[in-house]
Design a protein around this ligand. Structure first.
Ligand SMILES: Cc1cc2ncn([C@H]3O[C@H](COP(=O)(O)O)[C@@H](O)[C@H]3O)c2cc1C
Ligand SMILES: O=C(O)c1cccnc1
Length: 350
C-alpha cells in the first residue's frame, strides 16, 4: 500500500503558469509568494490553470491508550464527543467547511468510546475502525505494523473518495485526545531531537502536567526503543491510528495529484512519517500554518517547510489548513481570471 513512487510534478504546466503570470496586468513577480504558490499548484495538478475548489476536509479520529497516563488536559471520552459534534456541524472545522463549500468527511479509524446510533450511522461519518484505540505505549507497542498499514489504507481510501467526488485539494485534520503525546514521541524518534525541547501543553496542561507528559514520553521511548530508520515500526510503536491514516491520506492524495494542505503539529508529524516512507511526497505538501505547539518548529524544519500563516492556533482538526485554503484559491483565480497585458491593451514593461 505504500507507493514506490509518486507521479512526477508537471514541469510543462509549471512553465506555462510562469509564462502566464508574467503576462498578467501587474509588474512581474509583484504578487510574491502567491505567484510561487500558483506555479506549485500547476505543477502538482498538471494543469496550467489549476483549481483547488472544492476542497475536501478529511478529519481522522482515533483514541490513544496513553491517555490513561493523564497526558492530556481532557479525558479520552472527548474524542467520541467531538466526533458527535463534527457530525452535528458544531466544531470549528465545520464552520470552515461550510464557509468553503468543502466536502467534509470524518473517518473513525479507532475511537474507543461507543457512539450513539445517530452518530455512528451519520452519513458524514465513515467507519474504518481498525481497533478500539491504541494500546498504552508505556506498556506495549501502540499497535502492530499490520494495524498501522490498515489505518494508512483507510486514509488512502478517503483521499481516493475525495478525488472521485471531484475535490481538487485535500485538507487533512485529526481528532484524538492525547495525540500530541504520540506525535511528540514520533517526532523525537524520527528527528533524534530531545523530548524536552518538543513537548508542549497540547489542549492546555499546566507546567507540572507538561513535565509529567515529557517523563511519560521518555519512559515510553526507553521501553519501546523504536528504530528511527524504520518509520513504519516507529509509527506502530508510539504513533496513533489517526496519525497513520493521515500519513496514508497524504500518500493517497499525492497519487491522485491533489495538492495537500498540511495543518498543525500533528498533521505535520504525520506528513513527516509519510515522507520518510515515500520521499517524493514533499513536493505535494503545502503547509497551512505554524502551530503554537513547540515541536511544530522542529517538524517543519525536518520537512524544510515555511507555513503560509502564523496565527497562534493550537487546535488541530484541520483548522489551520482550512484557514490557509483561501490563499490557494486566490493563487488559482489569479491565473484563470486576471487579464493579460494583451487582453487589457496595456503596454508591458521592458
Ligand atoms: C474540545 C476539544 C476539541 C478539539 N479539537 C481538536 N483538538 C485537539 O486536541 C487534541 C490533542 O491535544 P492533547 O494531546 O492535549 O489531548 C486532539 O484531539 C486535537 O485534535 C481538540 C481538543 C479538545 C479538548
Ligand atoms: O497543532 C496541532 O495540530 C495541535 C496542537 C494542540 C492540540 N491539538 C493539535
Amino acid at each position: 500500500m505504500i507507493p514506490d513512487r509518486l507521479p512526477q510534478l508537471d514541469s510543462i504546466a509549471a512553465e506555462r503558469a510562469v509564462r502566464r503570470l508574467d503576462r498578467l496586468t501587474k509588474p512581474p513577480g509583484s504578487l510574491g509568494r502567491l505567484e510561487r504558490l500558483a506555479v506549485e499548484l500547476a505543477a502538482i495538478q498538471g494543469e496550467s490553470l489549476p483549481q483547488v475548489a472544492p476542497p475536501a476536509m478529511l478529519v481522522f479520529a482515533a483514541d490513544h491508550g496513553v491517555a490513561a497516563e493523564r497526558v492530556s488536559a481532557f479525558p479520552q471520552e472527548v474524542t467520541a464527543q467531538m466526533v458527535a459534534n463534527f457530525t452535528a456541524g458544531g466544531a470549528a472545522i465545520n464552520v470552515f467547511a461550510r464557509q468553503h463549500a468543502a466536502h467534509l468527511e470524518v473517518i473513525d479509524v479507532g475511537v474507543a468510546t461507543p457512539m450513539p446510533d445517530d452518530v455512528a450511522r451519520h452519513p458524514r461519518l465513515v467507519n474504518e475502525k481498525v481497533r478500539l484505540g491504541t494500546a498504552n505505549m508505556l506498556e506495549s507497542d501502540a499497535m502492530t505494523r499490520d494495524e498501522a498499514l490498515q489505518a494508512m489504507a483507510a486514509g488512502a481510501r478517503a483521499a481516493k473518495r475525495a478525488a472521485a467526488a471531484g475535490c481538487r485539494c485535500l485538507i487533512i485534520g485529526e481528532m484524538g485526545i492525547a495525540n500530541t503525546t504520540a506525535s511528540s514521541a514520533l517526532l523525537a524518534v524520527l528527528t533524534g531531537g530531545p523530548v524536552a525541547g518538543l513537548v508542549g501543553n497540547g489542549t492546555g496542561l499546566d507546567a507540572s502536567g507538561v513535565a509529567h507528559k515529557r517523563s511519560v514520553i521518555e519512559r515510553a521511548l526507553g521501553a519501546r526503543r523504536p528504530d528511527r530508520n524504520d518509520p513504519l515500526g516507529t509509527l506502530a510503536a508510539v504513533g496513533g491510528l489517526e496519525i497513520a491514516a493521515m500519513a496514508g491520506a497524504f500518500l493517497g492524495g499525492a497519487e491522485q495529484r491533489l495538492p495537500l494542505l498540511v495543518d498543525g503539529f500533528i498533521a505535520t508529524v504525520a506528513a513527516l512519517v509519510a515522507r520518510r516512507l515515500c520521499p517524493g511526497l514533499r513536493e505535494y505538501l503545502i503547509f497551512g500554518h505554524r502551530s503554537q505547539e513547540p515541536g511544530h518548529e522542529l517538524a517543519l524544519k525536518a520537512l524544510d517547510a515555511r507555513p503560509l500563516l502564523d496565527f497562534g492556533l493550537r487546535l488541530g482538526e484541520g483548522t489551520g489548513a482550512a484557514l490557509a485554503f483561501p490563499l490557494l484559491d486566490s493563487a488559482c483565480r489569479l491565473l484563470s481570471e486576471m487579464a493579460t497585458f494583451d487582453d487589457a491593451g496595456i503596454g508591458a514593461g521592458s
